[in-house]
Design a protein around this ligand. Structure first.
Ligand code: PGA
Length: 251
């Protein structure tokens, strides 16, 4: 039995004071809804305030990225120790916007994931095909390859702290959602890849989320699919009502 994980990805939205107000409003709406783990991944500068506001609630806080080196001359970067000290428990790694705009590759995704796991953070590793790849019929190969590269060298023990977010790039922020069947099928391909790498038990246990225009209207159907164990939610995680409805769907 896998427990759903519903994670918000705020991207570059919300100031610290807005984060505090949002969590204060969200907390009573999701209180006791423990059929899923609830996570908000927020901008670095919001983490401390968000974690304070989430204390004593069932909301967990994460970051949206992390550097792989422990410290040093990496201007603008943030380390795992820094994230942990301000209260982050999760971190998104390899989001398609990082890959598209900031030169992230499967190699750096792998390094960041290893660093996060070594520090005891839970890593939400994002992968997914672009539109041209889906149209060319190579989605399965692309996600299998990304899964192998992004998780290279990660032990079965560490895999227990990995969540994979399948995010078809053409569905992110576009209002285009993968059909529940497409989401289920491709999450299934990722699960099979995990089975080949780590065995059936690990494949049965790993949480695979769907992300890409998941919202209060379509969440129930997507989450109803066998291989979809939760959601990574951008736009709809910025609205208390919509996010609560998604948490309800998971419950
Ligand atoms: P979206 O973003 O829900 O706004 O499409 C999802 C994501 O980028 O994780």
């Amino acid at each position: 039995m896998r427990k759903y994980v519903i994670a918000g990805n705020w991207k570059m939205n919300m100031t610290p004071s807005e984060a505090k107000a949002f969590i204060t409003e969200l907390a009573p709406c999701v209180a006791g809804k423990d059929g899923c783990d609830i996570v908000l991944c927020v901008p670095y500068v919001d983490i401390y305030v968000a974690a304070e506001a989430a204390k004593g609630t069932n909301i967990h806080i994460g970051a949206e990225n992390v550097h792989y080196e422990a410290k040093g001359a990496y201007t603008g970067e943030v380390s795992t120790a820094m994230l942990k000290e301000v209260g982050a428990e999760y971190v998104i790694i390899g989001h398609s916007e990082r890959r598209q705009y900031f030169g992230e590759t499967d190699t750096t995704v792998n390094l960041r994931t290893k660093a996060a796991l070594a520090a005891g953070l839970k890593a939400i590793v994002c992968l997914g095909e672009v539109k041209e790849e889906r149209l060319a019929g190579i989605t399965d190969e692309v996600v299998a390859m990304q899964t192998k590269l992004d998780l290279a060298g990660i032990s079965a023990e560490d895999l227990k702290n990995v969540i994979i977010a399948y995010e078809p790039v053409w569905a992110i922020g576009t209002g285009l959602t993968a059909t529940p069947e497409q989401a289920d099928e491709t999450c299934g391909v990722i699960r099979k890849t995990i089975a080949a790498l780590y065995g059936e038990k690990a494949a049965e246990e790993i949480i695979i989320q769907y992300g890409g225009s998941m919202n209060d209207k379509n969440a129930k159907e997507l989450l109803g699919k066998e291989n979809v164990d939760g959601g990574l939610i951008g736009g709809a995680s910025l609205k208390v009502d919509a996010f609560t409805t998604i948490v309800d769907a998971a419950n």
